[in-house]
Design a protein around this ligand. Structure first.
Ligand code: FEO
Length: 404
């Protein structure tokens, strides 16, 4: 995509990535892709703000050249060192060795350890203003949104905030780069939530700190380094991030994430009965077969919903392994304040529940019902009990009395 003018003298010069399968080598992003948004601010002096992953090198350099002569660039602002935003730095330096690289003091060390870059590097202070002559950039230290060195940059005359990972989302840009050009904003926001939970959620307290810091300044355009640029309604994405960050400490929305795994369909049969019970109480339920659904898609549901039901059989005297994987990832992403209960089959000895209770302790999830275990294939009575189990759990979420 050629450069896009955001405001006078401010351009998007990013690249789309529709070929990387796994973001961070971990999170599926096909077929929607992702964008690495870079920006160029042209004043009497010229700055590039963030770069891109080391792909599409010619395309990126052509975009710089379409707006400014690369050899005349004055500085490159590295808001965040993760290589999806800094990977092109060494290539750019070969063409524009005169540039000064700006970042926080922690960025200076990371530039050395990641790229061996020590020359023409300068640390900027929190709140420092850099004059580009007829315009200026102001830097805000926002550590751990997403790495410790992270900062944001505000172009002060047009009030464009280059926020890097914050306020970003998955999805390559589809022609239009702005929120008012997006044909499916609800779909974009769903993917932005997945991005948030996959990448940023662990650092939610720092997201809230960063948002509080931004209330000191007026921002007209939010220009993150992934996904849409928000010029029509910048408050919308900031508000969404604030809401998502609050889930780290607060109970989620009333609703159930139902995780299940089933080797031969026995736990699945009871899962369907349990789901019927939950639904009969009017509580929304989202169901994931943990063997087949990637955890990237499960985590957002866990993050925003208050209840978790786990249908897991015993496997070799322990927990069905794909369930353990999801719980491990939930722990790594600091998914807290959940009410939980478990059902599942066993063949002879059991063992899944013992292992699960260790997980609940680690996760600090509140087990609100005794587990419902059955032997082998469920009987009709087991299915009826499963339905009642689902009702009881839904009522526990609502804080109602137990089902009869
Ligand atoms: Fe988009 Fe933390 O890098």
């Amino acid at each position: 995509m050629p450069p896009v003018r955001i405001r006078d003298g401010i351009f998007w010069i990013g690249v789309n990535d529709r070929t990387t399968d796994l973001f961070e080598g971990l999170w599926p992003i096909t077929p929607g892709g992702v964008s690495y948004n870079a920006y160029l601010v042209r004043g009497e002096r010229t700055a590039v703000v963030d770069l891109a992953k080391a792909i599409k090198v010619d395309e990126f350099l052509d975009q710089v050249a379409a707006v400014a002569e690369p050899r005349s660039l004055d500085c490159v602002v590295i808001n965040h060192m993760e290589p999806d935003h800094s990977g092109l730095l060494r290539t750019l330096l070969r063409i524009a060795p005169q540039v000064t690289i700006l970042g926080t003091d922690k960025t200076v060390a990371l530039l050395d350890s990641f790229y061996g870059i020590r020359r023409n590097v300068r640390a900027v202070a929190d709140g420092e203003v850099l004059s580009l002559g007829n315009r200026s950039l102001r830097f805000f230290s926002t550590p751990f949104v997403h790495w410790p060195e992270t900062m944001m940059t505000l172009e002060e005359s047009e009030r464009v905030l280059f926020s890097c990972d914050a306020f970003g989302g998955y999805g390559a840009l589809r022609g239009g780069v702005f929120d008012d050009q997006c044909p499916d904003l609800a779909g974009y926001e769903e993917e932005a939530l997945r991005y948030y939970v996959n990448i940023v959620a662990k650092f939610s307290p720092m997201v809230l700190k960063a948002i509080a810091k931004l209330t000191e300044v007026r921002v007209d355009v939010v220009a993150p380094s992934h996904g849409l640029i928000w010029r029509k309604d910048p408050g919308r994405i900031v508000g969404l991030y604030e809401r998502w960050a609050r889930y780290a400490r607060e109970a989620g929305d009333p609703g159930v994430t139902l995780l299940y795994g089933s080797m031969y369909g026995n736990t699945e049969a009871v899962m369907n009965a349990v789901a019927q019970g939950v639904s009969a109480e009017g509580v929304p339920v989202e169901i994931f077969d943990v063997t087949r659904a990637h955890v990237s898609y499960i985590l957002p549901s866990l993050w925003i919903r208050s209840g978790v039901l786990i249908g897991a059989p015993t496997y070799e005297a322990g927990l069905f392994p794909p369930v353990a994987h999801v719980l491990d990832m939930a722990g790594r992403k600091a998914v807290r304040t959940k009410k939980v209960a478990r059902f599942g089959s066993y063949g002879w000895s059991g063992g899944a529940q013992r292992e699960l209770e260790r997980w609940f302790e680690t996760l600090r999830w509140d087990q609100v019902l005794e587990p419902f275990e059955f032997v082998g294939a469920p009987s009709d009575a087991d299915l009826e009990r499963g339905e009642r189990f689902g009702r009881k759990f839904a009522r526990a979420l609502w804080g109602k009395e137990e089902a009869p």
